[in-house]
Design a binder for this molecule. Structure first.
Ligand code: 5RP
Length: 247
């Protein structure tokens, strides 16, 4: 699995720390990316030792890894809906985690304590958002290279293939610049697990992620964007010394 940003040892510490918070009997959302992969392997090791859990994959890649790690899987629609028990905890990575004062001010007085995120570096954010937002507890796993005062990276936006021009125009009208994501070693665009395309949308610094999230979410042709605003409950940051837990 592709590794981006900080060191693999830090990512492993974060993933293993989050995996320790999973309880017997839990339904667990399994995130995508190299940091979440460490959590999946650590949960698999606990399953080997007798932990009884069910996993809900957020991508084809996380599904493959979970099968390899021996984690029994359920489909999202088997565990959600009126007669289902839901998802107890989701563990997922992020490309950026905003921990600036603006975030603290906005969430003060609520029970959601920590940061807004940019996700979708792996192009899996549509299903990740479904699973992460459905979970009773959403645990983010990251390394210090992901932390920022203010979100400042391009926002991945999954679009219906025929909508790529329409959405690029809407992004430009909102002050951004959309670039079609291309496959690294293939001559063509990246196609998501859902058969759609990805636009990486550069807005510079994003002082009001909530407003931008609303703009993107209401643009026709957008399947999902990578701004995760007010969703995280807990962040495990793997460091050179250990793990910092923000909650
Ligand atoms: C995939 C994601 C990943 O969680 C994000 O890109 C972080 O990946 P990594 O842990 O490999 O740095 O959002 O869509």
């Amino acid at each position: 699995m592709k590794t981006s940003g900080g060191s693999d040892a830090m990512k492993r510490r974060a993933g293993e720390s989050a995996a320790e918070t999973v309880d017997d009997g839990d339904v667990v959302g399994l995130g995508t990316g190299s940091t979440a992969a460490h959590a999946i392997r650590a949960i698999g090791a606990r399953v080997d030792g007798g932990l009884d859990v069910r996993g809900v994959a957020t991508s084809f890649a996380s599904r493959e890894l979970a099968v390899e790690a021996g984690i029994p899987l359920r489909d999202l629609d088997e565990v959600t809906g009126p007669d289902a028990g839901g998802i107890d905890v989701a563990i997922d990575g992020a490309d950026r985690v905003a921990l600036g004062d603006g975030v603290a001010d906005r969430v003060r007085g609520t029970d959601r304590v920590v940061g807004d995120l940019i996700k979708g570096g792996g192009g899996a954010h549509a299903r990740e958002k479904l699973v992460d937002s459905a979970a009773d507890r959403f645990v983010v796993v990251a390394d210090p290279s992901k932390e920022t005062e203010i979100l400042d990276r391009p926002v991945p936006v999954e679009v219906l293939p025929s909508a790529r021009g329409v959405v690029a125009d809407a992004v430009r009208a909102a002050g951004g610049e959309a670039t079609l994501r291309r496959a690294e070693r293939k001559d063509g665009p990246v196609v998501t697990d859902n058969g759609n395309l990805l636009l990486d949308c550069e807005f510079g610094e994003i002082p009001d992620p909530e407003a931008l999230a609303t703009t993107l979410a209401t643009t026709p042709g957008v399947l999902e964007h990578g701004l995760f605003v007010g969703l995280a409950d807990e962040i495990h940051v793997g460091t050179a010394e250990g793990v910092r837990i923000l909650e």
